[in-house]
Design a binder for this molecule. Structure first.
Ligand code: ACO
Length: 449
């Protein structure tokens, strides 16, 4: 941890008004741009830095994930996402993110066994579910129930105990598919399915979602491999909105279950994890290949708030490497399920072709992101669109918890507390008239009732 080289290198910032200069240290990681350490700037120059949306602000030091957005590179612990998606399964990637190395056979066996034996949830949680309306969005349920886990697993909420941190991490990875499947079953009025230990992680999740007590469920290996790949592709993505939310929540010492619930809330937004749901809605709205140009024009129109969902990314200014793997996987799954002629896939392929040749998208470097094809796969597997972000949350849980663990174990960790540029009133005197006004409103309400 903290293999940062503070080379004998500084940058000097000069205030053009006063001519006063501040020397700021430059930090060097292993790859990627250097980082200017601005921590001393307030003390030296009585100034804050301003970066809404944190586009150029490093909030932590991390060894987990590296993204080169210009080249379209994504590495987890140094391994490329393409190689991990091809050669690993999800639990190996989870182990890698959590522990820094791919597991050997013994380590893998122990990890799989531990995850498998943590998949059940406290039986009382099923009663908790029943308090929700049947038509509640599964993300609303997942957010609430994940936060509630801290009320069920007190023995793994002491963040200062490494053993409890490990147990909480494993519980979250193991239980998230169970909770997600329960949210789904609840929304369609079917009984909950218990996990089955003979199945692997992806198969087990599919079983909990799609089996019914009246019939046996036989997992299709192509389908469960696709599910596993989707989870790998969503496992971690550096300091995105939901991960930063988890870190910020955790920086105050909140327990890991509460922090992951915060991450789920952040993921829900359509600019983040909600985009795969939005992609399908958009493709359905387009309806036919002949309407694509109309929607492209809408996306380009400055006066129209419509955006091409599944296109563009804060960091990738090139093809999102996860989208390449996802596109291949979409073709494999649709072929296996005999759905090659799926109208949404046709629209998606054509839309991608047209957008990639359009000057607007080229000049703004807007390429398909991971969400562009993931929705098509999930829809073909039988998931309703409302479950798409829930599936994203299952995969991302391992990234969130690994980032949270890294933060807790980092000696420079301190509570996250950004500053601001205040543009409100300067100090004002409380007006006596306003008190009189308040009193008269109160009297009026009192008489009215
Ligand atoms: N369609 C049309 N125009 C777009 C799109 C899009 N999908 N995305 C960005 N633009 C345009 C913006 O209008 C803006 O134009 P301007 O410079 O003329 O004002 C320019 O490109 C830059 O866009 P920003 O919103 O400033 O870029 P930012 O980095 O803040 O946003 C984001 C990235 C939120 C992902 C954006 O591209 C978007 O809304 N995409 C659609 C939603 C989506 O697919 N989200 C999933 C992201 S991946 C994930 O979370 C797993």
């Amino acid at each position: 941890m903290n293999k940062v080289q503070h080379e004998n290198h500084t940058m000097t910032l000069t205030d053009d008004l006063t001519g006063k200069s501040v020397k700021l240290p430059v930090m060097k990681g292993t790859i990627g741009p250097d980082v200017i350490d601005v921590r001393g700037i307030y003390g030296a120059a009585n100034k804050f830095t301003f970066d809404p949306g944190y586009s150029v602000t490093g909030s932590c030091i991390s060894e987990l994930t590296y993204i080169d957005g210009d080249e379209g590179i994504l590495l987890h612990r140094g391994y490329s996402i393409e190689e991990l998606a091809e050669k690993s399964d999800f639990l190996e990637v989870a182990y890698l993110l959590l522990n820094g190395e791919l597991p050997n056979i013994t380590e893998k066996g122990e990890f799989v066994e531990a995850i498998t034996h943590h998949t059940m949830v406290h039986e009382q949680i099923s009663t908790f579910f029943r308090g929700f309306r049947r038509d509640a969005h599964p993300m609303a349920i997942l957010c609430g129930v994940t936060g509630a886990l801290s009320a069920f697993y007190h023995d793994s909420t002491d963040i200062h105990d490494p053993h409890q941190r490990m147990i909480a991490s494993r519980r979250l990875i193991a239980k998230m598919p169970t909770l997600a499947a329960m949210a789904y079953k609840y929304s369609i009025g079917q009984p909950f399915n218990y996990p089955k230990n003979e199945l692997n992680y992806a198969e087990n999740f599919l079983q909990m979602c799609f089996s019914v007590p009246a019939e046996d469920y036989v997992p299709d290996p192509i389908v469960s491999n696709a599910m596993d790949k989707i989870l790998i592709l969503h496992a971690d993505h550096e300091q995105n909105a939901s991960t930063s939310t988890v870190r910020l929540a955790g920086s105050s010492g909140a327990n890991p279950f509460a922090c992951i619930a915060a991450g789920i809330a952040s993921l829900w937004g359509p600019a983040h994890g909600g985009a795969n749901e939005a992609v399908i809605k958009m493709l359905e709205e387009i309806g036919d290949v002949s309407n694509i140009q109309k929607f492209i024009n809408k996306a380009k129109d400055k006066n129209d708030s419509f955006r091409l969902m599944g296109f563009g990314h804060r960091v990738y200014k090139n093809y999102d490497p996860r989208a390449t793997v996802m596109k291949e996987s979409a073709h494999e799954v649709l072929e296996e399920l005999n759905m090659q002629d799926d109208p949404l896939l046709k629209i998606a392929i054509e839309l991608e072709k047209i957008a990639l040749k359009d000057e607007y998208f080229i000049s703004k470097k807007l390429f398909p992101n991971v969400d562009f094809y993931s929705g098509i796969i999930l829809k073909s597997l039988g998931f309703p669109t409302s479950m798409f972000t829930v599936l994203f949350a299952i995969g991302r849980t391992v990234g969130w918890i690994s980032q949270w663990k890294e933060m807790i174990e980092d000696p420079i960790n301190k509570i996250g507390r950004p500053r601001q540029l205040y543009t409100g009133y300067k100090s004002r005197t409380y007006q006596i008239e306003s008190t009189r006004e308040k009193k008269s409103i109160f009297n009026w309400l009192w008489k009215k009732n």
